[in-house]
Design a protein around this ligand. Structure first.
Ligand SMILES: NC(=O)c1ccc[n+]([C@@H]2O[C@H](COP(=O)([O-])OP(=O)(O)OC[C@H]3O[C@@H](n4cnc5c(N)ncnc54)[C@H](OP(=O)(O)O)[C@@H]3O)[C@@H](O)[C@H]2O)c1
Length: 314
């Protein structure tokens, strides 16, 4: 048994060596990737399902895909917000169907998704529904109440982890067995690599989702089911507005959901495995997440100095 600091010193040398080894490998893989993508056809989905399609990133994606000939199926809890998105999408010439379903209600969600698939195979499923502290039932009460981080874990995992699996698995299995294949995009987060410690359950839920998407891509590709992971940094949306962030004045510098939606659409058309935006946040957070545990723990302490971010403004 050695001191953990000595072990991490060894680990630092080891990871630096691995990092250097990666560089020639990445040059070769980049060359192969450019060739493959330049010669393959861009994917243009027609039948699209988006959970969380009524707001923020999900809404921006609905608008990005809304074109004549496209059929959009939008899922979220609040009917009124879904209807507002429907109006905007229809103005762009696509067909829109709305489903007021909570992603934690696995039976209803499964039936909804399979009914859509029965009508016409789904080309693209996007699992965007997620929360960071908004636990009011929007069907009954849209007012904001403060929620402390200690009480969040069950609902956070129900929505952000089980909700994603409830969404993805029925269609993943259907795409696999039908022979049509298809695409699935899962919205994770850079917080899944490293996030503010006071968002403990959000970070943990996104770490689970990031890892789930990576493994599912491997398990699906043999049958033509392509899973992509989206890792946004801080993006302007209802979710980030509701966080009791210590520096609300930084909000104007958050990424745009519209640009993220464009990045996702073009990444998915090339079947990219990971889609990130803003890239400086992806680089910063992912880079730090590869540091040795002792250093990472110090960085978590430093990030924690920014104060609580896991509560919601009343
Ligand atoms: N904004 C960011 O900085 C950021 C960064 C990284 C990752 N993300 C992820 O991006 C995804 C979308 O977030 P956003 O920023 O677009 O937030 P948002 O504007 O609050 O949108 C969240 C969407 O999810 C729906 N939703 C929430 N809980 C649901 C449930 N239980 N069942 C069904 N639908 C539900 C919401 O509609 P209802 O409330 O009507 O149900 C809404 O349509 C989330 O997974 C989030 O974790 C966001």
């Amino acid at each position: 048994m050695v001191y953990s600091s000595i072990r991490d010193l060894g680990l630092a040398f080891f990871t630096v060596s691995l990092g250097v080894l990666q560089i020639p490998i990445m040059f070769a893989l980049t060359f192969i990737d450019i060739l493959r993508k330049a010669t393959s056809k861009k994917i243009r989905p027609r039948q699209i399902v988006i959970t969380g399609g009524s707001s923020g990133i999900g809404e921006a994606l609905a608008l990005e895909y809304a074109r004549p000939g496209v059929i959009l199926h939008l899922i979220a809890r609040s009917r009124s917000r879904l209807e507002m998105t429907e109006v905007k999408c229809k103005q762009l010439g696509c067909s829109v169907y709305l489903y007021s379903v909570d992603v934690t209600n696995s039976d209803v969600l499964r039936k909804t998704l399979l009914d859509i698939y029965e009508d016409r195979p789904i080309d693209l499923l996007i699992a965007s529904a997620g929360q960071a502290g908004d636990f009011v039932d929007t069907q009954k009460n849209d007012s904001l109440t403060p929620t402390s981080w200690e009480t969040m874990y069950d609902r956070m995992f129900d929505v952000n982890v089980i909700g994603v699996m409830n969404t993805v698995m029925p269609i993943f299995n259907k795409m696999k067995s039908s022979g049509y294949g298809g695409q699935i995009a899962i919205i994770g987060s850079v917080a899944g690599y490293l996030g503010p410690p006071n968002m403990i359950y959000y970070n943990a839920s996104k770490a689970a989702v990031n890892s789930f998407a990576r493994d599912l891509r491997h398990l699906g590709q043999e049958n033509g089911v392509y899973v992509s992971l989206v890792v946004p940094g801080l993006i302007k949306s209802r979710l980030t507005l509701q966080l009791d962030a210590p520096y609300p004045q930084t909000y104007p510098f958050f990424g745009s959901p519209q640009i993220l939606a464009q990045e996702i659409k073009s990444g998915l058309s090339r079947n990219d495995s990971i889609i990130s935006y803003p890239d400086y946040q992806y680089f910063g957070v992912y880079g730090v997440s590869t540091l040795v545990p002792t250093v990472k723990q110090w960085i978590t302490w430093f990030v924690g100095l920014t104060g609580p971010m896991g509560t919601k403004m009343s």
